[in-house]
Ligand binder design. Structure first.
Ligand code: BDR
Ligand code: CA
Length: 311
């Protein structure tokens, strides 16, 4: 299995990403770290503990990281994920706790101690990862790849140009893209193919476990937010796409390109400028996801929820 650290801001789709990373046999989940994004750090961290508790994920250290972006104030997504960051289901009191260590220090330690290079999977703003690379440059040689959810070739979802994770901390995204490490960017172009349709909810519902019911409630809430805000018929389950790319690279087809994050545009701050056609004379610094094998993706997600539900 691929050793992975998942850095997230749960978040409905982050919650499913945690389950997929913890349950799929192709991943060895070494740590879960949290960052402020969809909600405040306090709430995303509580939510990570809630998800691990309800899904029976034990023995994976959880640590809280940065409470605000590198430069600008925090902007949360309460309109999409609710006041708690994980509105919808009622969660049991968490029995899984955080370790008393900053996420960046935990990741640094886990990377140094693990015998093989580790894949980082960030599914929130890139603040923790940027801070890790800045504060602990020696970490880079222990990272095999960064497979992130964020950005897009085309449209944005928080502004016309910018995707949420990039928009919340564009400076951090710039640090990651400039790091020289292999980066795979799973952006909206591909995550908008991962729609949690009624058919998907039906498959989950038929598992008929406490966890599958929680997942259906999560996606039902997420669906209502996407319908209300943007008229989506079904909500895109962004974050598990990055996890699926690690599990089975064939699930997500990528192209190589230069990607820069716009930092100064009056209307385009946080946009990822993806040079698919090599207009700019800049080196390739990312693999950019362009196509999802939708069937295989949902098969892995449903299988993960089934495995955890039996625990
Ligand atoms: C991203 O923003 C968040 O709301 C989701 O959790 C996902 O990581 C999608 O733009
Ligand atoms: Ca997220």
């Amino acid at each position: 299995p691929v050793p992975v650290v998942l850095d997230c801001d749960p978040g409905h789709d982050d919650a499913i990403a945690i389950m997929l990373a913890a349950a799929d046999p192709a991943i060895d989940l070494l740590a879960i770290t949290t960052v402020a994004g969809n909600q405040t750090l306090e709430r995303t961290t509580l939510n990570a503990r809630r998800v691990c508790t309800v899904a029976g994920i034990t023995g994976v250290p959880i640590a809280a990281g940065c409470a605000r972006p590198l430069v600008q104030p925090l902007l949360v997504a309460g309109d999409v994920h609710g006041d708690s960051g994980l509105d919808g289901p009622r969660f049991p009191e968490p029995t899984v706790d955080v370790v008393p260590e900053h996420a960046v220090d935990l990741i640094h330690r886990v990377l140094a101690e693990h015998p093989e290079p580790v894949t980082l999977v960030p599914t929130g703003p890139l603040t923790n990862v940027a801070l890790l690379l800045t504060r602990h440059p020696d970490s880079a040689r222990h990272i095999s790849e960064i497979v992130l959810m964020g950005g897009s070739v085309g449209r944005g979802n928080r502004t016309p140009a910018a995707e949420f994770n990039m928009y919340v901390d564009p400076e951090a995204a710039g640090v990651v893209l400039d790091s020289g490490l292999p980066v795979t960017m799973c952006g909206l172009d591909v995550t908008h193919q991962a729609l949690a349709t009624p058919d998907v909810l039906d498959r989950l519902g038929r598992l008929d476990t406490r966890l599958s019911r929680v997942c259906v409630e999560l996606m039902t809430y997420f669906a209502s937010a996407y319908r209300r805000l943007w008229g989506f018929a079904a909500p895109p389950l962004h974050d598990p796409v990055a996890v699926a790319r690690v599990i089975d690279p064939g699930i997500v087809r990528c192209v190589e390109a230069n990607v820069v994050v716009e930092l100064h545009g009056q209307y385009t701050r946080g946009a990822t400028v993806v040079d698919l056609h090599r207009h700019m004379d800049r080196p390739v610094n990312a693999r950019v996801a362009v196509e999802l094998d939708v069937e295989r993706f949902w098969d892995r997600v449903v299988a993960a929820v089934a495995v955890l539900g039996r625990r």
